[in-house]
Write a protein that binds this ligand. Structure first.
Ligand SMILES: Nc1nc2c(ncn2[C@@H]2O[C@H](COP(=O)(O)OP(=O)(O)OP(=O)(O)O)[C@@H](O)[C@H]2O)c(=O)[nH]1
Ligand SMILES: [Mg+2]
Length: 441
């Protein structure tokens, strides 16, 4: 069944590309272009007509005959002028052809996956590349998409399968003298394999943060300047600022790019003894966020002592700011205990550059991000950890009576690794993955 969608962003632009794919697409394209034959793989300038032979636009089509196309089926790309009227007219006309319908988000890629043009790892990487906003995200998505990364996982899996076949040979043709040796013979190979997997796990520990970004909670007593700081950092008015303590209640989120990393700031309700139920809820939320954030910015009024209930919240991942230095020249209270606090004035833009540098440094020191890591999602990490655990289980077995369970450990380990590239169990993760795609991809 042919499917179609706009592959470029909607709105006014120089060009708009509409993609049509599936059995029957070629005939539809012939009707639209009024041509008996479409020349494959070259840009063809032509007129596009609707079903009543009225001209829709002039543009270019490129015909990619299956299986050498993105989806593996026949694909035709139409390059139109990027106006809303042209796009709407063209899409409306396509929907009038029998069985031809608008593609669902990610459907072209899903078909490409089913036709084995790309694997699961590459489909995920494609979403990440399309969504990439930072340089690090772009480079990492391309690495995940590369054939080398797929090959690395496939090699690991086939190494396990090779060892598994030794075990299976013993199970099938038990010769007494080979039986006893089987565990010893394969021990060093399994240890080496486990070591390789553990290395990948270690390198990938924080890589999902390349994609998802780092969360930084901005916390402090009411009126200390949290919302003002948030607005200053993101350079727009996302949060309401007022001199009334207790202004912010819901958590306000906003992101920026900082040295190639995506950083998400969370402005929170000031922590104090709450005066009403709404504020109390806001404070509960702040406490929860404190636990889940990657870094915490504590901001206090320079002229006031730091409330005692904050002192035990400071740790390695905290940045402590003393705000409003424009108001008083001296700090009257000295309960800071050398916390490397930074003195700032959000209002006068003092100390903000220093703060941004410190945030970058804290990210690097607290979250070692290995740029050559070959995992990008928790799903990959989970499969690797599971495979490593199963190999450990297998290594614990040394009696010939345990050979069946040892082989089963390896079988499951191979399966777990196979899930990463999508050689096995693809269906279970498909919906989750393609939900993140946009229409037209
Ligand atoms: N003089 C001076 N005033 C500041 C500075 N930063 C913030 N303020 C003022 O302090 C008041 C409180 O600022 P907010 O940013 O709303 O403080 P908050 O911590 O978000 O307050 P809540 O949401 O109520 O907890 C506002 O009147 C700001 O204009 C600063 O550096 N100097
Ligand atoms: Mg606020």
């Amino acid at each position: 069944m042919p499917i179609f969608a706009l592959a470029t962003s909607p709105g006014i632009s120089g060009l708009a590309v509409v993609r049509l794919s599936g059995t029957g697409s070629l005939n539809i394209a012939k009707k639209i272009t009024k041509k008996n034959k479409l020349r494959p793989r070259i840009a063809n300038f032509t007129n596009f007509y609707d079903l009543s032979n009225c001209l829709i636009d002039k543009g270019i089509y490129i015909f990619f005959p299956g299986p050498n196309s993105y989806t593996g089926d026949d694909v035709i790309e139409f390059h139109l002028h990027g106006s809303n009227a042209v796009i709407n007219c063209f899409l409306k006309n396509l929907s009038k052809f029998k069985n031809c319908r608008l593609a669902k988000p990610g459907e072209f890629s899903q078909i490409a996956l089913l036709n084995k043009k790309i694997n699961l790892l590459q489909a995920e990487a494609l979403i990440d590349l399309i969504n990439s906003e930072t340089e690090i995200q772009r480079v990492h998505a391309l690495k995940m998409m590369s054939d080398d990364t797929t090959r690395l996982y496939e090699n690991l899996r086939s190494e396990i399968i090779k060892i598994l076949s030794n075990y299976e040979a013993v199970i099938d043709f038990s010769e007494d003298d080979v039986q006893d040796n089987i565990f010893i013979q394969n021990r060093s190979k399994l240890l080496k394999l486990k070591h390789k997997i553990d290395e990948i796990i270690k390198k990938g520990e924080n890589t999902e943060k390349i994609r998802d970004g780092f969360t930084i909670a901005i916390v402090g007593p009411p009126n200390s300047g949290k919302s003002s700081l948030m607005n200053r950092l993101i350079q727009r008015e996302a949060s309401i600022v007022s001199k009334i303590p207790g202004t912010t209640r819901d958590v306000i989120e906003a992101s920026i790019m900082l040295n190639g990393y995506l950083v998400k700031f969370l402005d929170t309700a000031g922590i104090r003894k709450a005066e009403n139920i709404i504020e109390k809820k806001g404070i509960e939320l702040t406490n929860k966020l404190l636990k889940n954030s990657d870094l915490k910015i504590f901001i206090f009024d320079y002229s006031k002592p730091i409330p005692n209930n904050f002192l035990n919240l400071f740790d390695q991942r905290s940045i402590i700011l003393l705000n409003k230095i424009d108001l008083s020249s001296k700090q009257k209270f000295k309960n800071l205990l050398k916390l490397n606090e930074i003195k700032i004035s959000v209002k006068k833009n003092l100390g903000i550059e220093k703060l941004l540098k410190l945030i970058s440094r804290k990210i690097i020191s607290n979250f070692k991000i290995e740029k050559d890591s070959v995992t990008s999602r928790l799903r990959h990490q989970k499969s690797l950890i599971n495979a490593s655990l199963l190999i450990s289980n297998c290594l614990k077995k040394s009696k010939i009576s345990e050979i069946d369970i040892a082989a089963e450990d390896l079988r499951l380990a191979a399966r777990s690794l196979g899930e990463i590239v999508g050689s096995v169990n693809v269906e279970e993760v498909l919906d989750n993955i393609f939900r993140d795609f946009c229409i037209g991809k």
